[in-house]
Design a protein around this ligand. Structure first.
Ligand SMILES: Nc1nc2c(ncn2[C@@H]2O[C@H](COP(=O)(O)OP(=O)(O)OP(=O)(O)O)[C@@H](O)[C@H]2O)c(=O)[nH]1
Length: 329
């Protein structure tokens, strides 16, 4: 399942139509369209009448109609349990974090459907203006696993550069792809594995050490260290952090080297939800470098750095409670 976000008029339906109109072999798609308003129009605008389309009007997925989302997905599955992919087009006002959390929290649903990724459609012409007016825009960009920049055909060079700069400042890790009038390779949107602990992509590598906090209160922070982390301290720090600040931390993810463990510990968090697991051993010859990324509103960078530094295992192999941390990079 792929969630398509992006501000009002950014080009979500156009991209959805581009995907549905592209050759797909035997692949079968299901579509959920969410609209904010009494009368759903977007469902009418979706091409390909043979698509399984469920429309959710009169509310926004991220707040009032979350239960309806679950109902819509169940309807799709009841009609065709063999769908290869489900695309959800959210309203332009939706905050993707609660949508992802709702889905991940529903065990029945997540037994049958895998949340693959969140794609944000970014309007090159209007981004600078819309982001000033609505904080949801920054959250949508920051949260995404893939950014699709639209309307480059009509944006001025300075609008394009500014839009790219804003998107990159909010989310340096997600690939940014230019899309004109919905012409996108559907493969670019599928198999993102944004929430898959075993995903092949290691996008943590792509994140820079830190991204400047933007004017929009949403920023991301990457923490790395070549020192091992003490398992107890790390787990307790993460749990406390997510419990206390989960509403502001929209997304957290990381690959961690724990002392006494030769496998990689990988975790994913969406707001107050956190899951993690030990994975395959660190590749031979690869340094055991821990990398964590936090994306959120009003991130307290100093507190995060301090908390992380306090999780470092002592270098001499003595017990964690004896050792004090060195600074984390
Ligand atoms: N020039 C140009 N116009 C585009 C592009 N992508 C979308 N549009 C136009 O932008 C307008 C809005 O596109 P939609 O696809 O309806 O946008 P949306 O995000 O689904 O809109 P809402 O559902 O209202 O949030 C339409 O007139 C599209 O034809 C593009 O790459 N270039």
């Amino acid at each position: 399942m792929t969630v398509l976000t992006g501000y009002l008029g950014a080009g979500k339906t156009t991209i959805l139509n581009g995907i549905l109109g592209a050759p797909r072999g035997a692949r079968r798609y299901g579509v959920v369209v969410n609209e904010f308003g009494e009368i759903g129009v977007d469902g009418e605008l979706i091409v390909g009448a043979d698509e399984a389309v469920v429309e959710l009007a009169n509310g926004c997925l991220c707040c009032s109609v979350r239960g309806d989302l679950i109902g819509a997905l169940e309807t799709l599955l009841a009609r065709d349990a063999g769908l290869d992919a489900i695309l959800i087009e959210t309203t332009g006002l939706a905050d993707p974090a609660p949508i992802a959390a709702t889905f991940l929290l529903d065990d029945d649903l997540s037994d049958h459907i895998r949340l693959d990724g969140v794609v944000c459609v970014v309007d090159a012409v209007h981004l600078a203006e819309s982001i000033e007016g609505d904080p949801a825009v920054a959250a949508q960009i920051a949260f995404a696993d893939l950014l699709l920049l639209t309307k480059a055909d009509v944006a001025s060079p300075s609008q394009r550069t500014e839009a790219e700069g804003i998107a990159r400042a909010l989310n340096a890790a997600a690939p940014l792809v230019h899309v004109t009038r919905g012409a996108v390779d559907p493969q670019a949107l599928f198999d993102l594995r944004g929430f898959d602990l075993r995903g092949p992509r290691n996008r943590f590598v792509a994140a820079p050490a830190a991204v400047e906090p933007s004017r929009h209160q949403v920023s991301s922070l990457a923490l790395t260290t070549d020192r091992e982390l003490d398992p107890d301290r790390f787990m307790s720090w993460m749990q406390t952090l997510i419990r206390r600040s989960g509403g502001d931390i929209l997304r957290s993810k990381g690959v961690v080297a724990l002392s006494g463990e030769n496998r990689r510990f990988v975790f994913h968090g969406v707001q107050t939800m956190l899951e993690g697991d030990v994975q395959e051993p660190w590749p031979i010859g690869d340094e055991r470098r821990s990398r964590l990324v936090f994306i959120g509103r009003n991130l307290d960078e100093a507190a995060l750095r301090d908390g992380f530094a306090a999780c470092l295992a002592p270098e001499d192999g003595s017990s964690a409670s004896e050792g004090r941390s060195a600074a984390a990079a």
